[in-house]
Design a protein around this ligand. Sequence first.
Ligand code: UT7
Length: 356
Amino acid sequence: MTYAQITGWGKCIPPASISNDEISQIVDTNDEWIASRTGIKSRRVSHVSTADLATAAALDALACAGIEGKDIDLILLATCSPSTMVANTASMVQKNIGAIGAAACDTNAACSGFLYAMQLATAQIRAGMIKRAVVVAAERMTWYVNWAKRDSAVLFGDGAGAVVLEASDEPSGLLASKIGCDTEDRNILHIANCGTDLNKYEPIGPSDLMFEGREIFKRAVKGMSQACDDVLTQANLSLDDIHVLVPHQANLRIIQAIQQKLNIADEKVMVNIDKYGNTSAATIAIALCEAVENGLIKPHANIMSAAFGAGLTWAASYIKWGERVTPINAPSATLPPCDKTGLELIAESVRHCVDQ
Ligand code: UT7
């Protein structure tokens, strides 16, 4: 039997940040509200493109695996904030990492995108169609933010994470997975003024994030815990067998509610929403990478992951880690220097939103 082991992991965290106090200069909010209702203290804003974020994360994942771009058969880029839609952004990543001739495809399942892409790439490796894949999730969610709307403006951030999957005889990688979509509620989370449904000859306003926070919250808790239960059954495991939970980072209270439903102890749960906010598809990819770096993921760990996002897509996965928890080559990818603060990077966008 062939499995798709995770042999490399990497991330790209853009340097400029916006603290809760800084965002309180833009919308009517405050650090106390944001921190207590969401767990977020700061978020990153990117000075480079989604493709650049994805490239840096992918290069570090390749270094970690000790292989090069030319060894890769497939690149799946999970994103709902692509640099370009045609040509797809994955093709730019393919070029940047030197994965000459590799298949390159963007997958958009919003916040569930990384787990969707993991399932798709794993299935191809396990079927013997390909040997090695890079699954990368990269987002510039701050590009979409309406800085006049305090309920959603405080939530989102930018960043990228990536893994390398390689064919292996060892039972490891994604061993059970369930992905789905509850489309009836798709309007409670969407970007308006974006896409080919628009009449491109009519003047249209800027794209806008439409968001019913409380409804999404309820469905996220229910959807993610149900999906976790289904995956445990599929894998024939009990919750006691799970060593680490790596949940989508949308709201600390959502994570805690799932944790409570599943009865998982605090020390088993990977949380980094305080530093980065919600980076959509990238949250789990970044959190997985940081969970290995900080020693939460140990050799042969059983990892449960769950996500929920626009669509309303949902996903849960059981991942078995391999033996190695240290990189073969240290991460060394760099971004061009950033000479602006987070507030300076969003200043023009803020002006447009406030003028509306
Ligand atoms: O990745 C998947 C997509 N995202 C999510 O899953 C996010 C899901 N939803 C959430 O995380 C939460 O619903 C929010 C963080 C968005 C909102 O938290 P909440 O506890 O559900 O607050 P709420 O919407 O019920 O609003 C409570 C109050 C309201 O005031 P009133 O009507 O009680 O006077 C809001 O106007 O909080 C107010 N409020 C704020 N106050 C200060 C909403 N946003 C803010 C804010 N600062 N940023």
